[in-house]
Design a protein around this ligand. Structure first.
Ligand code: DX5
Ligand code: ZN
Length: 259
């Protein structure tokens, strides 16, 4: 969408007040990123101290992080329940950076509107949870959000072949979704390279996001393989100095390690 169209759309469709401007800013930030090649860092709030959520959100605001990663789980698609939209709205109230929402839920179509209204800039649904993925992606874009698809570790990237041009972001799960603090799956590097090749010439602005077990031990290798967005939960929030840890993820050099 062009900026003028976007403003008109927002005036007509979004709830008023500051939210309108925050939303425009979030989409602009994402679109600006698409024309640069620096990787993004998205701390996963799942690992934050929920009793001090405002403080944790402000820490991310003040850091070099680019997005907030918001993990919503339903206890059905994944064997865990995290938090829902009221908590996401509380995060959005204090966040000054885009909210990248990872829906680990069955039948995500039912919740796209409330997700957008709760402050989402990117909405990612699971390939395995969508019977009509093409329709779901169109619905996300119709809301004015960026459309993402997450792949479980067992799901081949080739299954996205016929829809790759319709996706803004692919989230490659580098752990089985449901919990933070799990071990990174090494096969992820091969999937990143395969996905980049699949998108080449068809969707060169596709963002590849990696979610699960990300740390400075694998970040450079992931970016070198073609990753654009690194999600990090426990590595950031369990660190003694989260701001410094985010900085270390942001400042990794992608050309120091070969894949
Ligand atoms: C797992 C979530 C992740 C999780 C990552 O299902 O999607 O976003 O928070 O946590 P770490 O970085 O601790 O593996
Ligand atoms: Zn996630």
């Amino acid at each position: 969408m062009q900026n003028a169209q976007k403003c008109l759309y927002l005036q007509n469709h979004l709830i008023g007040g500051n939210n309108r401007f925050i939303f425009v800013d979030q989409i602009t930030i994402i679109e600006n990123y698409m024309s640069t090649n620096k990787h993004l860092i998205a701390p996963s709030v799942l690992a934050a101290d929920f009793a001090n959520l405002e403080k944790e959100v402000k820490m991310v605001n003040e850091s070099e992080a680019d997005w907030f990663h918001i993990d919503i789980m339903d206890g059905v698609f994944v064997p865990n329940i995290s938090f829902g939209f009221p908590v996401m709205q509380a995060i959005a109230k204090h966040a000054t950076k885009p909210l990248d929402v990872h829906l680990m839920i069955v039948d995500p179509d039912r919740y796209l509107k409330v997700c957008k209204d709760s402050g989402a800039a990117v909405i990612t649904v699971h390939y395995e949870a969508c019977t009509h993925l093409h329709r779901t992606l169109a619905a996300i874009k119709e809301l004015g959000c960026k459309a993402g698809v997450a792949l479980n570790p067992h799901t081949p990237v080739q299954l996205l072949k016929d829809v790759i041009q319709d996706i803004d972001l692919v989230c490659i799960m580098s752990v089985n979704p449901g919990f933070g603090g799990q071990k990174f799956i090494e096969h992820t590097y091969a999937k990143v390279r395969e996905l980049r090749a699949l998108a080449a010439g068809v969707n060169d602005s596709l963002l590849i996001e990696i979610d699960g077990g990300v740390s400075t031990a694998n970040a450079a290798k992931l970016v070198n393989a073609g990753a654009d967005v690194l999600v990090a939960g426990s590595f950031v929030f369990n660190a003694e100095n989260p701001i410094q840890t985010i900085k270390s993820l942001k400042s990794i050099s992608s050309d120091v390690q070969s894949v």
